[in-house]
Design a binder for this molecule. Structure first.
Ligand code: GTP
Length: 208
C-alpha cells in the first residue's frame, strides 16, 4: 500500500441513466450498505465519497460517486456534473427495454458530446433480482458494452449483487498504468491545443 502521508488519488465517477433505473439505490448500497425500496427521485445531482482499496495494485482511491437525476426536466443541468468525470457508469433496468434503448441512444451520445475521450466506461444492468421479468438480454447488453469498450456488470442494489464489483473494476481500470499513460497523453494533447488556440487569439489581436 501507499506510504503514510502520501496523497490518495481521487476519481470522479458519475452514474447516468433514465429515471427509476436505480442509480441512487446502487450508490446507497455501495456507500452505506443499505437499500430503500421507497427511494424518491433525485433532483439535480448529489455526491458521496468512499475510500476504496485496490489490493492487487497496492493502491487506494478516493471515489467521488455522483448521482444524477434521470428525469428529463433536469437534463440540461446534469451535463455540468458529468463533463469532468473520470469514469461514467451507464445504468439501465433489465426489466425496461426503453431504459436500455435510451442508454444506448441518448445517454451514451451525451457522454460522447460532453466528456473527455479518456473516460472509463461501465454499463450496468440493474434489478437483476427481477430476472423473471427480464426484457433486455445479458447478451445484447454485453454486445453493446463490448462495442463501446465498457466494463459490464449485472447488479441488484436490492440483493447487493455486482455492486462492489463494478466500482472495483472501474477503479482497477482507472489505476491501470496503461490507462494512466493514456490520460497523460490526452492531457498533453489538450494543453497543446490550448496553447495553439492562445497563439491564434494573440495573432488575431495583433491584426486588429
Ligand atoms: P432518478 O433519481 O429519478 O434518476 O432514479 P434512480 O435511477 O436514481 O432510481 P432509484 O434509485 O430512485 O430507484 C427507483 C426505484 O427502483 C425504487 O423504487 C427502488 O426501490 C427500485 N430499485 C432500485 N434498485 C433496485 C434493484 O436492484 N432491484 C429492485 N427490485 N428494485 C430496485
Amino acid at each position: 500500500m501507499e506510504g503514510q502521508g502520501s496523497k490518495v488519488p481521487g476519481c470522479k465517477v458519475v452514474l447516468l441513466g433514465d429515471s427509476g433505473v436505480g442509480k441512487t439505490c446502487i450508490i446507497t448500497r455501495f456507500v452505506s450498505s443499505s437499500f430503500d425500496a421507497n427511494m424518491t427521485s433525485t433532483n439535480g445531482a448529489s455526491y458521496c465519497t468512499k475510500l476504496v482499496k485496490y489490493e492487487q495494485l497496492g493502491k487506494n482511491l478516493l471515489l467521488d460517486v455522483w448521482d444524477t437525476a434521470g428525469q428529463e426536466k433536469y437534463r440540461s443541468l446534469t451535463k455540468f456534473f458529468y463533463k469532468d468525470a473520470a469514469a461514467v457508469i451507464l445504468v439501465y433496468d433489465i426489466t425496461r427495454e426503453d431504459s436500455f434503448e435510451n442508454m444506448k441512444n441518448y445517454w451514451y451520445n451525451q457522454l460522447l458530446e460532453n466528456c473527455d475521450k479518456n473516460v472509463v466506461l461501465g454499463v450496468v444492468g440493474n434489478k437483476c433480482d427481477l430476472f423473471e421479468e427480464e426484457k433486455v438480454t445479458e447478451a445484447d447488453a454485453r454486445e453493446f458494452a463490448d462495442k463501446i469498450g465498457a466494463i459490464f456488470e449485472l447488479t441488484s442494489a436490492q440483493n447487493n449483487t455486482g455492486i462492489t464489483e463494478i466500482f472495483q473494476e472501474v477503479g482497477n481500470k482507472y489505476l491501470d498504468p496503461n490507462f494512466q499513460q493514456k490520460i497523460k497523453q490526452v492531457e498533453k494533447e489538450k494543453n497543446e491545443e490550448g496553447k495553439e488556440s492562445k497563439i491564434g487569439r494573440a495573432s488575431c489581436r495583433e491584426r486588429v
